[in-house]
Ligand binder design. Structure first.
Ligand code: AFP
Length: 339
């Protein structure tokens, strides 16, 4: 019997144990972050098991995450991607309305010190055909507990403390960074626990895949068009890259993180800010990419240095392997010098 292998197999690193270990690196910590994260994990487990519910899964996910976060007693506000008819209000929340998309301020008795920005079910237009979809989240600390405003969630991505996503697919995988590396956990349905299966994920420096909605190509700017042309017809003797595009950000980013390559949702003439939302798509995924050794760029700057003006702001994004993102940066830089 291989005792070392057996010992490893039975030494289960659950996500809670992992976060508690991380907490040990911050002696001042009182465990609030661990409690908050355990509520996010609970929301993910619920969504993962909710396939046969009566309600639309995206509506249900909104409700689950809002209630899980409010009841954690560790949040002050949450920003969600909402459909106009999403009935998510719970008794403990105040709704701050900006048209139909709002931030929720948690009532004082349940208030904590964290802001959570999340998309409870990203890629939901893919639900009915069984494509992998996911929850994306980013966590910040509030600035001033006695004076909480929307500015607490309008912070640059560099202020983010932690980010992650949970992908609901052939298996349920939660990828998390609390600032120190990136780790992937797979839900073991028999245990009901996320177990560390992908420790210390590092994205390859260069990849063989590009991922983009090419249906928008006629409206792209010159650097994006040139970049994709080079992926298909490289002039340096390298092989052409493969195109893979699912249209569900969590699935496309997960593949990019594990296999390398680049995911892009660029600006185009019709959508000068691209499509993806800064607070709960661009920032969390950029944070994970950087922590895994990759890069994230908007076409103008490092993505995490953006400062959103509104909670549902959008931004173009190019993220993935370090060297692939360097290539697109060089194309934008040479355009600005020739312009
Ligand atoms: P849905 O949540 O409406 O399915 O949108 C998914 C998404 O926000 C993101 O997950 C995808 O990367 C992106 O949109 C796909 O957009 P296109 O359909 O325009 O390619």
């Amino acid at each position: 019997m291989d005792h070392a292998a057996e010992a490893q197999r039975t030494d289960l690193m659950t996500i809670t144990r992992h976060v508690l270990n991380e907490q040990g690196r911050h002696p001042e910590s009182r465990g609030d972050f661990t409690i908050l994260l355990s509520h996010i994990v609970l929301g993910c487990k619920f969504v993962a098991s909710a396939g046969e519910e009566q309600k639309k899964l995206d509506v249900l996910s909104n409700e689950v995450f809002v209630k899980a976060l409010v009841s954690s007693g560790r949040t002050i506000s949450s920003v969600l991607k909402l459909d106009s008819d999403t009935p998510f209000l719970s008794a403990q929340c105040v709704l701050v309305s900006e048209e139909n998309e709002e931030a929720i301020f948690v009532d004082a008795p349940l208030r904590g010190k964290y802001c959570v920005c999340f998309d409870p079910l990203d890629g939901s237009s893919n639900i009915d055909c069984g494509v992998s979809i996911g929850t994306i989240f980013g966590i910040y600390m509030i600035k001033d507990k006695d004076n909480v405003t929307l500015d607490d969630v309008l912070q640059p991505g560099t202020d983010m403390l932690a980010a992650g996503y949970c992908m609901y697919g052939s298996s349920c995988t939660l990828v998390l960074s609390t600032g120190n590396g990136v780790n992937g956990f797979t839900l073991d349905p028999s245990l009901g626990e996320f177990i560390l299966t992908h420790p210390n994920i590092k994205i390859p420096n260069r990849g063989k895949i590009y991922s983009v909605n090419e249906g928008n190509a006629k409206n792209w700017d010159a650097p994006t068009a040139k970049f994709v042309e080079k992926c298909k017809y490289p002039q340096d003797g390298s092989s052409p890259k493969s195109l893979r595009y699912i249209g569900s950000m969590v699935a496309d980013v997960h593949r990019t993180l594990l296999y390398g390559g680049i995911f892009l949702y660029p600006a185009d003439e019709k959508s000068p800010n691209g499509k993806l939302r800064v607070l709960y798509e661009v920032f969390p995924m950029s944070f994970l990419m950087e922590k895994a050794g990759g890069q994230a760029f908007t076409g103008k700057q490092r993505a995490l240095e953006l400062v959103p003006k509104k909670i549902h702001d959008r931004s173009p994004i190019f993220l993935g392997s370090y060297d692939d993102v360097e290539d697109i940066k060089a194309l934008y830089a040479s355009e600005s010098t020739t312009a």
